[in-house]
Design a protein. Structure first.
Length: 150
C-alpha cells in the first residue's frame, strides 16, 4: 500500500539523478548547460515544474531533459503504486553561483562555483517532501568538455 512519506524518497532520487554527471543533454552535462543558459541572468536560477513541463526562464532548449524527468517521476509513482492525484506540485530548482556552505560544499571538490539543487514535492495534504543536492559547476563550454558518446 502506497504512503505519502515515500514521496521524500522520490524527491531524493530525482534530485540525485538530476545533479549527477549521468544527466546529459546532447552528450554534455545537463547542469553545465543549464548554468550556461542563466549565466547572464541576475537571479542565476532555473525552475522546472515536472507536472506541467514548464521551465523558468522559458526556453525550448531543455524539452528533452524535462520530458526525461517527467518520465522518471511517472516511473517512480507507478513502481510505488502512488496515485498522481496525491501530487499538487513537483518542482526542480537550481540556484547557481551560491555562497559556499562548508556544511554542504566540499572546498575545491570540483571545478566552478557552488550550486544548490532542490526537488520539492507538495502533496495533497499540504506537506512538502524536499531533497537537496550540492555541488560545483561551471557554465557549459564545448571547447573544454568532452562529449559523451552514449
Amino acid at each position: 500500500m502506497a504512503r505519502r512519506n515515500e514521496l521524500g524518497s522520490i524527491a531524493s532520487g530525482l534530485i540525485g539523478s538530476f545533479s549527477s554527471r549521468n544527466n546529459d543533454i546532447g552528450g554534455y552535462w545537463g547542469i553545465g548547460k543549464l548554468h550556461k543558459f542563466v549565466e547572464n541572468d541576475s537571479k542565476k536560477e532555473i525552475m522546472i515544474d515536472l507536472l506541467s513541463g514548464n521551465i523558468s526562464p522559458q526556453t525550448d532548449e531543455f524539452d528533452s531533459l524535462i520530458e526525461s524527468y517527467r518520465d522518471r517521476l511517472d516511473s517512480h509513482l507507478t513502481t510505488g503504486s502512488i496515485p498522481k492525484a496525491w501530487l499538487v506540485s513537483v518542482e526542480l530548482t537550481v540556484l547557481f553561483e551560491t555562497e559556499y556552505e562548508k556544511k554542504h560544499h566540499y572546498w575545491r571538490s570540483g571545478l566552478g562555483k557552488p550550486y544548490k539543487a532542490k526537488c520539492d514535492i507538495l502533496d495533497d495534504n499540504g506537506k512538502h517532501h524536499v531533497a537537496y543536492a550540492y555541488n560545483n559547476s561551471q557554465p557549459h563550454d564545448p571547447n573544454r568538455e568532452a562529449r559523451s558518446c552514449r
